[in-house]
Design a protein around this ligand. Structure first.
Ligand SMILES: Cc1cc2nc3c(=O)[nH]c(=O)nc-3n(C[C@H](O)[C@H](O)[C@H](O)COP(=O)(O)O)c2cc1C
Length: 213
């Protein structure tokens, strides 16, 4: 729902130093994993946060599948780049992040003010919806990372790994089609995203992230 703040007495909270640290300045991308099980509650809590930030027309095309069983991981591992397999196998829980090309089915529920947009998306066909699904699910992946990262990036003893002292970087020798570092400002390469590979998860899903969580 859209609220005009000038006409309301709503006061939005400001992110304090602890919040800024947890979300941005002290958050880390985990690159090694302990075998401590991750509970249903923890996985649900990540999604409960990640689902709130905005998408175009509130379409919310991201679909998340959590994999925890050995059988599920063995099906998943061959689909990953070689450099991501060992750490993914070691992780107690893996999130597959995919986009639903039939997201429009839910528009009357997620965007009731413009429920007729369901028919507009229907008419544009799967190819027409793909760009919308890809763009907005990628946004949602960013939200998902922000929700998940404060729960990761710690040593097994719970202490934060110091910034710059971990190897959470893209593989040095990217495989064909992987993101490539391009010349950019000193000290920071510019990443050129690779085209997404064909989805291994069936026609309903478009694989949007090749990275391990
Ligand atoms: C879209 C995306 C794809 C990524 N792919 C991989 C990957 O394939 N393998 C990997 O080890 N890390 C991957 N990463 C992790 C990044 O290298 C990491 O977030 C970055 O180096 C920043 O690390 P920091 O958050 O600890 O500062 C990926 C991150 C993003 C956002």
């Amino acid at each position: 729902m859209t609220t005009t703040l000038a006409d309301s007495d709503v006061t939005l909270p400001v992110l304090d130093d602890a919040g800024r640290a947890a979300l941005f300045t002290e958050a880390r991308t985990a690159n090694t994993f302990s075998d401590t099980p991750v509970s249903d509650e923890t996985l649900a809590a990540v999604w409960e946060l990640a689902k709130w930030p905005p998408t175009a027309a509130n379409t919310q095309p991201l679909r998340v599948t959590f994999v925890r069983t050995e059988e599920g991981k063995q099906r998943l591992l061959p689909l990953l780049s070689e450099g991501n397999r060992a750490k993914t196998e070691a992780a107690p829980a893996v999130a597959i992040l995919a986009a639903d090309l039939d997201f429009h089915e839910f528009v009357p529920k997620t965007f009731p003010a413009r429920a007729e947009m369901k028919e507009t998306f229907e008419a544009s066909g799967r190819e027409g919806r793909e760009q919308m699904a890809r763009f907005n699910s990628t946004l949602q992946i960013g939200y998902f990372l922000l929700a998940a990262r404060p729960r990761a990036g710690h040593r097994p003893d719970g202490r934060l790994r110091p910034r710059g002292r971990h190897d959470g970087v893209l593989p040095r020798r990217p495989r064909a089609g992987a993101a490539r570092r391009q010349p950019g400002p000193p000290g920071r390469g510019r990443l050129v995203p690779a085209p997404a590979p064909p989805g291994p998860l069936g026609r309903r899903h478009l694989r949007v992230s090749a990275g391990a969580p």
